[in-house]
Design a protein around this ligand. Structure first.
Ligand code: DCS
Length: 275
């Protein structure tokens, strides 16, 4: 069962308009929620980010945040989703193709559930990455549908036989194609500050909260690709990847080349937030 426009509807009954601005401009916003034990994880944080993105791109939400939360909760129930994700996107609506905001169009909301088990293998074993130039626009804090740079970057990773790319702006690491990035050096946790150059990840915020609760020193400071190469530990954070260790970047091991003890500790604490 999907949700489209203003009703719960089978996917086969949905007919997207070719005039939808999300289709031809990517003029829309989105969120991906994790569902654990049938519950939307960090629902309020995701809704606040959706609201902020909408405000920043001057898109009027079709429902109140509260109503959207109720719709997504009902969608989970209707699909009997226990463990998986909920994808929701809202476009600026349907109108003949023209750049300016169309007058009097209704935003179009689409939402659906996907049954996705936790990626326990990659969470345990870790992944490899390559560095890759971050050529995105300067509002990466906005979760919009304009993901072509992210798509191209992720494909570059696969073309190189690895799972992710570490994005950097002239040597300063920002984040990955669909996750944030953190390193640990001499017991200190570093990650890029939550400004316009990265998405303010929900998982990032949870992990920083957990690290501080463990009295781990945390520095929300940018670091370079060299500092990444010299890190003791590195991992990515995201709704679908949780905390996934990075073992190798550009063919060189990070630390000992196996997931580090502080990464493991944060993984254990993270599981406690939803188990
Ligand atoms: C560019 C980027 N950075 C960081 C993150 C991590 O943010 P969260 O911790 O809030 O998930 C994402 C999540 N991207 C979503 C998560 O799953 N699929 C996506 O497109 C992302 O696309």
């Amino acid at each position: 069962m999907y949700f489209y426009k203003n009703e719960f509807i089978p996917k086969t009954d949905i007919h997207l308009s070719p005039d939808d601005r999300g289709y031809y401009f990517g003029d829309g916003i989105y969120e991906v929620f994790r569902v654990y034990q049938g519950q939307l994880y960090e629902q309020d944080a995701h809704m606040q980010r959706l609201q902020r993105t909408a405000e920043e791109v001057r898109l009027t939400l079709p429902f109140t945040s509260r109503k959207i939360g109720q719709i997504l909760t009902e969608l989970v129930e209707k699909n009997k989703l226990v463990e998986g994700t909920v994808y929701v996107q809202i476009t600026r609506g349907e109108a003949p193709r023209a750049h300016p905001f169309p007058p009097q169009t209704e935003p179009v909301m689409l939402a659906y559930c996907t049954e996705v088990p936790r990626p326990v293998a990659t969470i345990h074993n870790g992944i490899k990455a390559i560095t890759f130039a971050d050529i995105r626009w300067l509002r990466c804090d906005l979760k919009t549908l304009n993901l072509l740079p992210n798509v191209m970057a992720k494909q570059a990773a696969l073309d190189h036989g690895v799972q992710e790319v570490v994005l950097h702006r002239e040597g300063t690491v920002t984040e990955c194609s669909a996750s944030n990035l953190m390193i640990i050096k001499d017991g200190v946790l570093y990650t890029h500050p939550a400004n316009h150059l990265i998405l303010h990840g929900i998982t990032r915020a949870v992990v920083l909260r957990l690290a501080r609760a463990l009295e781990m020193p945390v520095k929300e400071e940018a670091f370079t690709t060299e500092q990444l190469a010299g890190a003791d530990e590195a991992f990515i954070t995201g709704t679908t990847v949780e905390i996934t260790p990075i073992l190798e970047v550009d063919g060189h091991s990070i630390g000992t080349g196996i997931p580090g003890p502080l990464t493991r500790r944060l993984q254990d604490e993270f599981v406690r937030t939803f188990a």
